[in-house]
Write a protein that binds this ligand. Sequence first.
Ligand code: GLV
Ligand code: GLV
Length: 313
Amino acid sequence: MKIFVTRRLPDSIMARARALGAELHDSDEVLGDGARAALLHDYDAILCTLGDRFSADMFAGDLRCKIIANFGVGYNHIDADAAKGAGITVTNTPGVLTDATADLAMTLMLMALRRAAEGERMVRADAWAGWTPTQMLGQNVTGRTLGIIGMGRIGQAMARKAHYGFGMEIVFYNRSAKELDFPATQLATVADVASAADIVAIHAPGGAETKHLFDATAIAAMKPTGILINTARGDVLDEAALIDALQAGAIFGAGLDVYEEEPVVPAALRALDNVVLLPHLGSATLKVREAMGDMALDNIEAFIGGHDVPNPV
Ligand code: GLV
Ligand code: GLV
């Protein structure tokens, strides 16, 4: 079995992959489309990650590849239907990054409500003239209403933290009906959640089915004091419509960890003070990234051993 790893991963994972005889692209650079397509012809197992696009056309013809183990929970960069059509198993790494990603969504929510990034910029610019009763007034966190778009694992983790930690009321939109073990109200549409919530947090997977799920209409339904958080995928949110709303002061602010054309963050967004901007840090802790790497390799090892893979998509 020939195994290929497309990107530099934590040291312990690189060591384990090396011990399995894998070939490593020990670099942060994303391989070109041609080189990536060639992997499907040359290797039995590919461990890939975010940014490694495997489009439908790459799955045409006679391929050696039998398993693509994605390092990450979101796999919208892989055409999973086309992979399946080519007889290739695709796996991902759910669960191990749930809390870390929800924690980062909490971070963005707290920072946006309390204008923390703006304050930090002021201090660093040596522009702070001292405490005043009316300086940089933000909004309360405790007791507010949080709207969750997509009540999967990460949405539920965020809702629990917000409800039990900050006494927040939870409303949510989810494509299918959800029974939950904490108090939360499911609403019929995304716009219903947008208008009922003080803060809206997007936790739906990316891909064609959810493209611009949170669109200009949903943004227009938000309260003027509303805050929008996105740690899911950039294309779930209409980024241009959000920029318009932030520029017009139609909502209070936003917190983003993901973007439509990563790593491009529009200059119009970077120019705004009422948005917190992070570089896709959702799962970025060493422990979580090691767990993701182990999970991806567990799937490859199970496959090689002729067992059911633990995490098929
Ligand atoms: C990261 O964004 C992931 O999908 O795991
Ligand atoms: C503020 O610093 C206060 O003491 O109320």
